[in-house]
Design a protein around this ligand. Structure first.
Ligand code: ADP
Ligand code: FBP
Ligand code: MG
Length: 565
């Protein structure tokens, strides 16, 4: 295929978007200034570089046979990796992932061995079509553009590795999450059973394990029953990401497929590793499998281990309910994980129906005065003589820092260390009722590390299998620099930059949070003016792409809701 190359500059609207900016509700058009004064506009809903960023470099590849234009944008920032955009008719935009053939020339390809596999060869249309894509948003209006799409995950007709040439490795980084071992198992078994790959290494202890620790040989026998165990058999760590050292070791060991399982921090690290690999022109596939118990990774429907966490949280909530119910003025307080995103707390609350109040990082709350938490607790105790409160670990941090004047501390990976909201909340409630001379019985339960250390439940095991297989199929087909995950129920290959650019958050003006408020009857802690403003912004967007708008940044949400008295 002949590709004509031209270099262009993208002229973008450089005003910093605010959350109230109506432009966020429709795809921003970026104007591609092409040679010979030719201009073309393509929708680009999320590209919003700060005004200080260097000019975006844009390359255009035209494939005359298919009549397809492909644009790659390099954002000038190492984690804002190249964007690979393929615009189509009616506002269609494929955000594609890199492929070896983009930067390594004259690579041979081979027929996929699955075509002769007894289990798979009978499946009609087992291979995904090169043109299959998955839309990011499925609720659209009649006149709306087709919007952003991702490449559909799955086995491809052609592969770029012979089984005997594959030298794969797997690493797990960051915090634990139920299902890590299942993903490891299914990568090993998928490579072995589907593609006949025999060489798979486990990297011991996270990113630093590449250059400072030993490796373990992984075979289907070694990983046979690990999905029944919590944690990760490979160990994990924080910090220690050194892309040059890591890629040096990848090169020394002749590794050509790297499977990286981890959360937002890990995927940022994976993006940097991929860029270093591409810079060196290596035929090494880098595949990210997003892991986070908090469900804070954007674009994907949900992260593995999340359902397990919600299920396990029920046990703690039940215990809190039993304790509080058994005694007059009983209060059960349960802390759940959720550093910046309150999904576990929200879903555990909705599932339980015994919770009277759920507090999450996205919804600022206050204690004293009208509409405050103390007033609500008093009301519930009057009405019901007991109550259960669920609090996410990242909730109310601004109240704690006001009261403790602590300095900001970071963990080894650069995450802000949170103050422990559970004991603080417990103390504040006790203090309040002591002042009022009202006897209460508060039982505080912190099941956080117990929840994330358990093995995954059945549905998460199936999900982990699909993720692992999608990653294996993508790497074998020569794709690289991608993360896998379900988008509207279909597994897709997602460019790293989409996974790491922002966090998935509970949107407190969406229907799900409204369901929660109506199920608990708790105050919203918002004042009416700000609810009206938030609602105004919720009018159907000009593009009609209605769902999947979870990714507001925390600062903007709290600017929307400064409801502290
Ligand atoms: N911006 C970044 N660039 C490169 N590596 C990073 C970055 N952020 C985190 N990492 C690395 O990713 C790994 C896991 O990060 P961490 O934040 O602890 O967990 P998680 O991946 O679950 O969010 C650590 O080894 C850390 O050094
Ligand atoms: O105690 P650790 O290991 O630092 O982990 C605590 C953090 O890990 C989490 O469970 C999940 O975060 P990640 O998925 O980003 O690792 C958070 O809820 C929590 O704040
Ligand atoms: Mg993280």
């Amino acid at each position: 295929m002949r590709a004509a190359r031209h270099q262009f500059l993208a002229q973008q609207n450089r005003r910093e978007p605010r959350i109230s900016d109506p432009r966020l509700k429709r795809p921003q058009m970026i104007t591609l200034k092409l040679e010979h004064n030719f201009q073309r506009q393509i929708p680009c809903p999320y590209i919003s570089p700060p005004s200080s960023s260097p000019p975006t470099k844009l390359r255009h590849f035209f494939h005359p046979k298919s009549n397809i234009s492909r644009f790659t944008l390099s954002m000038g920032n190492p984690t804002d990796t190249h964007l690979n955009l393929v615009p189509g008719a009616a506002g269609f935009l494929l955000e594609d992932i890199p492929h070896f053939t983009d930067y390594v020339h004259d690579l041979p390809s081979y027929p996929n061995p699955l075509q002769d596999h007894p289990a798979y060869s009978v499946v009609k249309q087992y291979f995904v079509d090169e043109d299959d894509t998955v839309p990011q948003k499925v609720v659209v209006h009649r006149e709306s553009p087709r919007g952003v799409h991702f490449r559909r995950a799955g086995p491809h007709q052609k592969v770029y590795f012979k089984p005997e040439d594959v030298n794969a490795c797997i690493v797990t980084c960051g915090g634990l999450c139920p299902g890590l071992n299942t993903v490891i198992r299914e990568i090993v078994c998928g490579l072995h059973h589907m593609y006949g790959v025999r060489k798979v290494l486990g990297i011991d202890g996270g990113y630093r394990g590449f250059y400072a620790r030993n490796t373990v040989t992984l075979t289907p026998k070694v990983v046979d029953d690990i999905h029944k165990r919590g944690g990760t058999i490979l160990g994990t760590s924080k910090g220690g990401h050194d892309s040059v050292k890591i890629v040096d070791r990848i090169q020394d060991r002749g590794i050509n497929q790297v499977y990286i399982i981890g959360g937002d921090g890990t995927q940022k690290g994976a993006a940097v590793i991929f860029e270093e690999i591409r810079r060196r022109g290596l035929k090494v596939a880098v595949a990210g499998i997003p892991k986070t118990i908090d469900n804070d990774i954007p674009v994907i429907d949900k992260s593995f281990g999340f359902d397990t966490a919600v299920e396990e949280a029920q046990r703690a909530i039940n215990a809190a309910h039993v304790e509080s119910q058994s005694i007059r003025n009983g209060i059960g307080l349960v802390k759940l994980m959720g550093r910046d995103s309150g999904f576990i707390a929200m879903h555990a609350t909705l599932a339980s129906r015994d919770v009277d109040c759920c507090l999450i990082p996205e919804s600022p709350f206050y204690l004293e005065g009208r509409g405050g938490l103390y007033e609500y607790i008093e009301k519930r105790l009057r009405e019901n003589e007991h109550m259960v409160i669920v609090i996410a670990e990242g909730a109310g941090q601004e109240l704690l820092s006001k009261s403790s004047e602590s300095v900001d501390q970071l963990d080894a990976s650069g995450n802000k260390l949170l103050q422990d909201v559970g004991p603080w909340m417990s103390h504040k409630i006790k203090e309040h009722f002591a002042k009022k001379k009202t006897p209460i019985n508060l039982k505080y339960i912190d099941p956080t590390y117990m929840i994330r250390a358990i093995p995954s439940i059945a549905s998460d095991n199936v999900y982990c299998t699909l993720l692992a297989h999608a990653a294996v199929h993508g790497a074998m087909a020569g794709y690289t620099g991608f993360a896998v995950g379900p988008v509207n129920g279909r597994h897709a290959y997602i460019p790293f930059n989409r996974i790491i650019e922002k966090q998935n958050k509970v949107v407190i003006t969406d229907r799900m949070w409204a369901r929660l408020l109506s199920s608990t009857n708790q105050p919203s802690f918002l004042n009416p003016r700000h609810i009206a403003e938030a609602n105004k912004e919720k009018h159907p967007a000009a593009n009609g792409l209605l769902n999947g708008e979870n990714c507001k940044d925390r600062k903007s949400m709290s600017e929307d809701n400064p409801s502290m008295p």
